[in-house]
Design a protein around this ligand. Structure first.
Ligand code: CU
Length: 163
């Protein structure tokens, strides 16, 4: 009986896989989207020219801040973010839309040890430096923040205007 169930499951899976494959050609218009593309752009390419923006992360009295905390970027521009954690504790830099950052922050509150290892974020220990290459391909208003619980609430967030 067990084998029969497994066999039925396999057939089911095959049917599902087949259905997905079959649906493929219908979405022709979307098949050229770049890997890693988001509403606010796509991972940058180190070998291509980029403008460098240095961002400092630190504690400041009762606050935690990014310096600077507002950037204006031309649509299509690639940015090399040079991140410097000059603080005494760990911080991170996460790019996203406002909604995405908020959803992500909620996840972090539930699972504070969650580490991001994707092209739009970087976690840095005290006194550590890092970099992110990002190409802003779409106009809009975006955010960056440190999502270690409590940090964003204490001021660790900023705005990115892409025009
Ligand atoms: Cu932080």
């Amino acid at each position: 009986m067990k084998t029969r169930n497994t066999l039925l499951k396999s057939i089911g899976l095959l049917l599902i896989t087949g259905a997905i494959a079959w649906a493929g050609p219908g979405q022709k218009g979307h098949s050229h989207s770049h890997h890693g593309e988001t509403e606010y752009g796509e991972p940058g390419d180190k070998s291509k020219p980029s403008r460098t923006i240095v961002v400092q992360m630190q504690e400041s009295g009762t606050k935690m801040i990014f310096i600077p905390d507002v950037f204006t970027i031309r649509k299509g521009e690639q940015i090399k973010f040079v991140l410097r954690n000059v603080g005494a504790i760990e911080h991170e830099f996460v790019l996203g839309t406002k909604d995405e950052i908020e959803a992500h922050a909620e996840q972090m509150r539930k699972n504070p040890d969650m580490e991001h290892d994707d092209p739009q974020s970087k976690r840095l220990k005290a006194k550590e430096n890092g970099e992110i290459y990002w190409k802003f391909t779409k106009a809009g208003e975006f955010e960056f923040a440190c999502l270690i619980p409590g940090h964003r609430e204490q001021g660790m967030h900023g705005k990115i205007f892409v025009k």
